[in-house]
Design a protein around this ligand. Structure first.
Ligand SMILES: Cc1ncc(COP(=O)(O)O)c(C=O)c1O
Length: 482
């Protein structure tokens, strides 16, 4: 899109967004400053930039902390029950990649198939060999609901040389599986359990939320503090406990992967978010809880909307972060994408995400009562107006994967973009995932089998939104040159 040199398209879009008086139900959880620690929110105008500094005498060094950064990280470890915590300035993404790298090269890692795409980066960097295990799904919402100890036990028995188990918990929809049981199984085999806890920085501050990873026996957990802990975008934390993960290897991997110019503004926001959570975390989370409860109550009677509750989970070992509202709209006859678009365009209510059947709203520290009233009113209005035949069922995702190459080998192999039909039988060089359930049907190095090809044709016919491929319309697909 050509423009003029005196245009500032991104800045202008951000200003324009703010002018609409948006109601926000997405990350970062501080909700455009409303839920920021007051010490940070109080720095306005030029004063804010007095925090944007570098490794000056007295300000420490993220890669070799011995002063205030070491102190801030130690306090984070204390509040999160870790032996050691690290501040991250490239989100949870870099933490996950550092953990995989710290395991050493070419290790076999048991990975939950619903893993976030940052895991692929780690697998490519370390040349690791993933063994995928499949999460279950929840009917009607069709979303993934995590693992069972039995699945993990079987995977460990089949792969006695695995170096680690990597899981996502809670998942994007706020569903938490039985991590304590799963961690117990991993530990019986003497391997560490690494938890992508991007959506869990707030869990330990309210008794009504699932237990967090450190409390459930994880060896490592990476949390996007910026998502639900009240810090600035991109700032995360990595926590370690016990001796199964080597602290020096994790430190070295973070030194390899993180910038040498970490933003002090981001790191200060982590320090302040931790400080506030430590002092007022339960009080603040109680407020979020009350707001959530009220929204859930008001929407419960709304015809054709179906809200995910703990009753929908597969068993008593599962729990739900109810501050995430997963609302199935399939009985409205509209897709989640359409409802999401309507909410934004017609009502200026902005949600975290939508998939084919559901919309997902995150309530967090920056959520206000007024935001909640607007969300409820908008959804009630949509539900009372839109009356189309209920959506038909999505094609089922093929669950069998045929691995031909490790992700790293496929990633670096010569590859070409071909028409989808020509890709049949070839090795994919990219990931393809459709939400729900968000479990990739292909990862780099896996064969486009007949069954997968037929599924991809359906996805294309239905115009479903795909995550991962460079061509999300699936006219073409990138395959390894053989
Ligand atoms: C489950 C999960 N893991 C990891 C990440 C990556 O986190 P970050 O954006 O902090 O790098 C995300 C981001 O959305 C996520 O949803």
């Amino acid at each position: 899109m050509p423009g003029f040199l005196n245009d500032t398209p991104l800045y202008a879009a951000l200003i324009q967004h703010g002018r609409q008086n948006p109601a926000s139900f997405h990350v970062p959880g501080h909700g455009q400053g409303k839920g920021l620690p007051p010490e940070l929110a109080g720095f306005t105008g030029q004063a804010l930039y007095t925090l944007d500094l570098t490794e000056l005498p007295g300000l420490d060094d993220l890669h070799n902390p011995i002063g205030p950064l070491a102190g801030a990280q130690n306090l984070a470890a204390k509040i999160y029950g870790a032996d050691k915590s690290f501040f991250l300035v490239n989100g949870t993404t870099v933490g996950i990649q550092a953990l995989i790298t710290a395991l050493g090269q070419q290790k076999k890692i048991i990975v939950s198939r619903n893993a976030h795409r940052s895991v692929l980066g780690g697998l490519v960097i370390a040349g690791a060999d993933p063994v995928y295990i499949l999460p279950d799904t929840i009917p009607h919402f069709e979303i993934d609901c995590g693992l069972t100890s039995a699945i993990v036990q079987q995977a460990l028995a089949d792969n006695p040389n695995a170096a680690a188990l990597l899981v996502v918990r809670p998942n994007y929809y706020g569903i938490a599986d039985d991590l304590e049981g799963i961690a117990g199984v991993a530990h019986q085999s003497g391997i560490p359990i690494l938890v992508d806890e991007a959506h869990g920085a707030h869990l330990r501050f309210h008794g009504g939320l699932p237990e967090d990873a450190m409390n459930s026996g994880a060896d490592a957990a990476v949390q996007s503090t910026h998502k639900l802990g009240g810090s600035l975008g991109q700032s995360s934390m990595l926590h370690l406990q016990g001796s199964l993960m080597d602290t020096d290897s994790v430190t070295a991997a973070l030194r390899l992967l993180q910038t040498t110019s970490p933003s002090y503004l981001l790191m200060a926001s982590l320090d302040l978010a931790r400080y506030r959570l430590a002092l007022q975390g339960s009080e603040m989370m109680e407020k979020v809880f009350c707001l959530t409860h009220s929204v859930r109550e008001r929407l419960a009677g709304c015809k054709n909307l179906h809200i995910l509750t703990a009753d929908c989970l597969p068993g008593e070992n599962w729990s739900l972060d109810s501050t995430k509202l997963v609302i199935s709209v399939r009985n409205l006859g509209l897709t989640g994408y359409q409802v999401n678009e309507l909410l934004a365009r017609r009502y200026r209510v902005f949600l975290e995400m939508a998939d084919f059947y559901n919309v997902v709203a995150f309530l967090s520290l920056g959520t206000t009562e007024e935001d909640c009233d607007r969300l409820v009113a908008a959804l009630q209005d949509i539900a009372s107006r839109e009356k189309l035949p209920a959506l038909s069922r999505l094609p089922a995702v093929p669950l069998l994967h045929k691995t031909a190459m490790k992700p790293r080998d496929a990633w670096f192999a010569p590859a070409e973009r071909v028409l989808l039909g020509e890709g049949r039988g070839k090795i994919s060089a990219e990931t393809v995932a459709v939400y729900p359930p968000g479990i990739p049907v292909l990862n780099p190095g896996e064969v486009i089998t007949d069954e997968i090809y037929e599924y991809l044709l359906d996805v294309r016919r239905w115009g479903l939104s795909c995550q991962g491929p460079a061509d999300p319309t699936l006219k073409t697909i990138k395959v390894v040159l053989e």
